[in-house]
Design a protein around this ligand. Structure first.
Ligand SMILES: Nc1ncnc2c1ncn2[C@@H]1O[C@H](COP(=O)(O)OP(=O)(O)OP(=O)(O)O)[C@@H](O)[C@H]1O
Length: 948
């Protein structure tokens, strides 16, 4: 190993070398003891520490010695790490062989990071925090840090500060000031990530540090789950800054800085294992997503030559860990696993990632600043300091003067004058205290409201995503012949990828989410009331206090107080606005995808209806035929919008522009969204309602409801435009008002009504798109301009004299058109969404090597993951697999499909190609229609990733 560990002659644990330059990440592994629950479940011990104390052997519990095929294929896995500790190792041993090694380095001025990694319940928090009687790495490291510092007493001057934050559902909270608002990450000019507004507290003794740690841990989000009774639902980051300099300053002064990060990550979890639902499930999705981003960074960084692009921006966790993983830091990863056979998959994943992390190299350098002084500079410094002392004296005198006019000392002056005056001032001071408290209460209530709102937004988003899962599967069922798809109930139960299972899961999830929504709405009502009460109380107090304050100083003080309060409120309002906008964007992304599904279904229906008309020789009225010709023309030339204008201006105008002629040349609904985005920023405190029974009706239907793009006006209706300011009181305070907070409602009732109005023409594009189809021998490429076909109406010669050849031609043309329509629209959506949404990675409930490396592969190619479209067309004979190939400019790869019916659930699977290089049937996202569904006509499906 070249990780920087060195044996110190058997005298103790190995120590870290301290060279400046490249250094590999040190990886330790801790196997915790079996828990009672695991033993009760009959789990066996499959993780063993062997050899030179640094090897872990993991046995596959499913190894079958009786199976001749597998007999020679041992699935025993061996991993070598820098340090390995098993169930016998106590907290002190683990600390001594891991984090302690970094301490001397930190005191030398090197940055360091220790982070605990592993699946949920693997023992990360136990290692990092420990228990009161058996503290973990965080406490022990800080304790020893102070012991070391003490050794230099009288020689060196140290300043130790600490901050403690958690990342919960992608929101950053200050654990040392839990009542403050969520914090934002900022990147300074040097690319260093800072958490704006994070409190940094000076710590002087280990006890103080311990107090702060306890305080922070109490504020941390921890909830019981099935997998762990004390599961951490957030990533906790403890940052310790150490600054030191010599006490006896000479003409040179050397200042050393070092940052020590200690991180307890939340554990990855498999939805099936944790059986989390509702809020826990949303937390789990956030945790998995950020760990997936971390896994991707580890993969990219551990590549030989380190040439891959490392995407730190995917999550707040990876942004914070940027320096620790790829920058100036000595980094130690403690991978945690359970020895139980029931956690084999989780342990294998953790060990695989830990194994990769060994190859990450950071570039370590000492953070030292040399300050040299010349005599002339000394003189200048002394003069500056004198000036400063003088200035501070003046400020102190001034403050004392102010205090005597505003505070208690004034009582002495009042002394003999009047007791009533004294009482009046006393009362004024009390009122001032009350108003501060009431402002604080109002801020806290508003903050709590914001937290509930973000929870509600998450719940609603999950709800709508699950609705899409159901709709998607329903539409696929509609498009596929049932007899080919019939599965026994046993098969369905075992087939976790089956759409039926996905649908059942989604329905169960909807029920849980509804309950969660109910709970949150109740909480919201109470919180809103509390907020209103505190608002009224502040207003009342402000009026009262203003009357009591009769000097300019007092009024000025009150004005500053109120301004400060308003500033805090504004910050929260801005945060609320950001969350609302984020949600609105997410919501629209989801809508686009749903519309795309819907439109694909319409194409299928049109195709099948035309086929029916043709096969049964049904007479078609002329106006229907004309409409169909318009449809065909649109597919070929993208002219539908223009033609419809002349064909039926009223219809087009009503659909697009509220009666005005539409100026939109491309997707009208997209430009509509852009406009709405610009005007939808006014929502503040929002309350949300899930779709009511009426609007949910279609979940149980077998067809999709008519679809329409919802505007923000549909979604958010102001229910309380209460512009009641804190009543302006006193002349000086006329401007010091508590700005109104407007409330709006997420209006699903209205939204669903709008939905049912329909929007069938509303989003047909006039943009032309290159389409390439592989219809057996015939291959059209580029901008297709085949003339609109003559559909055999009663007057059509084709209908009257339809010879076998004519019929074949007509059918073929129809099939081409329907398929092209589906393909073209799907391509357009793909293109738009790729631009708008960025990489599509599924947040598979657990990070697997397979999916993350594929996700990585997509990044490495500099290409965004492709969302591909499956189109099946029945009637056209094709040489192999009846596959269409797409060669549009976005997807240069020809990606042929061999889609097996409902092979996996697109909502829970990963968007990447799994096919082998040589295979003619490279697999793309396979979902929706199946190869045995070909008779059902064209079906275009678009993947909705879990993220949306
Ligand atoms: N080395 C150990 N010795 C004894 N008990 C342990 C050890 N490691 C973990 N445990 C116990 O196992 C349980 C789960 O541990 P812990 O909460 O630390 O897991 P975790 O990895 O932090 O989980 P999560 O990611 O869900 O927060 C706890 O009850 C803890 O006390």
């Amino acid at each position: 190993m070249t990780s920087g560990l060195k044996d110190n002659g058997g005298a103790g644990p190995p120590i870290l070398l301290l060279p400046t330059g490249e250094q590999q990440v040190v990886v330790a592994c801790r196997i915790r003891p079996m828990t009672e629950e695991e033993e009760m479940e009959g789990a066996t011990n499959i993780a063993h520490k062997v050899a030179d104390d640094n090897m872990v052997v993991l046995l596959d519990p499913e190894e079958d010695h009786d199976n001749a095929l597998r007999a020679n294929r041992s699935r025993e896995r061996k991993y070598v790490f820098d340090v390995v500790s098993d169930a016998r190792a106590d907290q002190h041993e683990v600390y001594s062989s891991s984090s302690k090694l970094l301490l001397s380095s930190v005191l030398e001025g090197y940055n360091a990071t220790v982070f605990a990694y592993g699946a949920t319940g693997a023992g990360k928090t136990y290692t990092m925090l420990g228990t009161e009687n058996n503290p973990g790495v965080m406490y022990r490291t800080l304790h020893d840090l102070f012991v070391e510092i003490k050794k230099f007493e009288g020689k060196r001057e140290y300043q130790v500060t600490m901050s403690y934050l958690e990342i919960y559902n992608e929101l950053i909270r200050d654990l040392l000031a839990p009542a403050s608002s969520f914090l934002e990450l900022r990147e300074d000019a040097k690319g260093t990530i800072q958490v704006a507004g994070l409190s940094e507290i000076i710590a002087k003794t280990p006890e103080e540090v311990m107090d702060m740690l306890h305080k922070g841990n109490r504020a941390r989000t921890q909830e019981p789950t099935k997998a762990n009774k004390t599961s951490s639902r957030s990533h906790a980051v403890l940052q310790v800054n150490i600054k030191q300099r010599d006490i006896n300053r000479s003409h040179t002064d050397q200042v050393r800085f070092a940052k020590l990060y200690m991180i307890d990550l939340a554990g990855s979890e498999r939805a099936a294992q944790t059986q989390n639902t509702g809020k826990r499930m949303i937390e789990g999705a956030h945790i998995n997503r950020s760990l997936l981003a971390l896994g991707n960074c580890i993969n990219a960084l551990s590549e030989k030559g380190n040439t891959k692009y490392v995407n730190y921006r995917d999550s707040k966790l990876t942004r914070i860990l940027k320096d620790s993983l790829g920058g100036n830091s000595r980094t130690l990863m403690i991978a945690h696993i359970s020895p139980a056979s029931i956690h084999f998959e989780e342990s294998r994943n953790t060990l695989n990632y830990a194994d990769r992390a060994k190859y990450i190299k950071t570039k370590v350098r000492r953070n030292v600043v040399d300050v040299s002084y010349h005599i002339a500079q000394y003189k200048q410094i002394i003069q500056d300091l004198r000036n400063q002392v003088q200035l501070l004296r003046e400020q102190r005198d001034d403050l004392e003067m102010r205090l005597t006019t505003t505070n208690e000392p004034r009582f002495s002056r009042l002394g003999n004058n009047s007791t009533t005056e004294r009482l009046r001032v006393e009362e004024g001071l009390k009122l001032k205290e009350n108003i501060i408290q009431s402002y604080r209460k109002q801020i806290d209530a508003r903050r709590a409201l914001l937290e509930i709102d973000t929870g509600l937004m998450d719940v609603i988003h999950e709800y709508k995503r699950n609705e899409s899962v159901i709709e998607h599967n329903v539409s696929n069922e509609e498009s596929s012949p049932r007899n080919n798809n019939k599965k026994s109930s046993d098969e369905l139960l075992n087939d976790t990828n089956s759409p039926d299972t996905a649908k059942q899961r989604a329905r169960a999830e909807l029920r849980v989410l509804e309950q969660e929504r109910g709970k949150l709405e109740k909480q919201r009502k109470i919180q809103l009331q509390e907020f209103e009460t505190s608002k009224k109380e502040s207003r009342r107090l402000l009026e009262k206090v203003t009357k009591k304050m009769n000097t300019t100083e007092q009024r000025e003080l009150l004005r500053l107080l109120t301004e400060n309060f308003e500033y805090e409120m504004k910050t929260i309002e801005l945060q609320a606005e950001i969350f609302t906008r984020d949600y609105s964007i997410k919501h629209k992304d989801l809508q686009l995808l749903r519309m795309s599904q819907h439109r694909s279904l319409c194409d299928t229906i049109i195709y099948q209806q035309r086929r029916l008309i043709h096969d049964n020789r049904i007479l078609v009225p002329t106006d229907l035929e004309e409409l169909y010709q318009l449809y065909s023309k649109d597919i070929d030339e993208g002219q539908l919008i223009q033609d419809l204008k002349s064909y039926s201006p009223r219809l087009v105008a009503a659909n697009y522009n509220g009666g005005k002629p539409s100026g939109s040349a491309t997707f009208p609904f997209l430009s509509q969204i852009a406009e709405e985005d610009l005007t939808s920023a006014s929502t503040s405190v929002t309350s949300f309602h899930l779709p009511n029974a009426n609007s949910r009706r279609f979940n149980n239907q077998t067809t999709l409801p008519p679809h329409r793009t919802l505007s923000d006006q549909d979604l958010f209706t102001h229910v309380n435009d209460d512009s009641t300011n804190n009543t302006d009181v006193g002349h000086d305070l006329m401007s010091a008002t508590n700005k109104p907070v407007s409330y709006s409602h997420f209006n699903f009732d209205h939204a669903s009504k709008q939905l049912t109005k329909g929007n069938s023409m509303g989003s047909i594009s006039s943009e032309s798109v290159d389409v390439s189809l592989n219809n057996g021998d015939t291959r059209r490429k580029g901008h297709t301009t085949s003339p609109p076909i003559d559909w055999p109406s009663a007057s059509s010669p084709a209908f009257r004299n339809n010879t076998g050849k004519d019929k074949l031609d007509v059918r073929k043309q129809t099939q081409d058109i329907a398929a092209r329509a589906a393909q073209r629209r799907a391509n357009l959506h793909h293109k738009e969404l790729m631009n708008d949404i960025g990489p599509v990675l599924s947040s598979d409930p657990i990070i697997t090597k397979e999916n993350s490396s594929n996700a990585l592969g997509l990044e490495a190619n500099g290409a965004k993951p492709k969302k591909t479209v499956t189109i099946n067309d029945s009637g056209i004979p094709r040489p192999r697999g009846n596959e269409f190939r797409r060669t549009n400019s976005d997807s240069p790869d020809l990606t042929a499909h061999d889609t097996s019916a409902n092979e996996f659930d697109p909502f829970y699977s990963t968007a990447y190609n799994r096919g082998s290089k040589n295979s003619n049937k490279k697999r793309s996202i396979s979902h929706g229609s199946s190869s045995n569904n070909r008779s059902s006509g064209p079906v275009a499906n678009v993947v909705i990733p879990r993220d949306y």
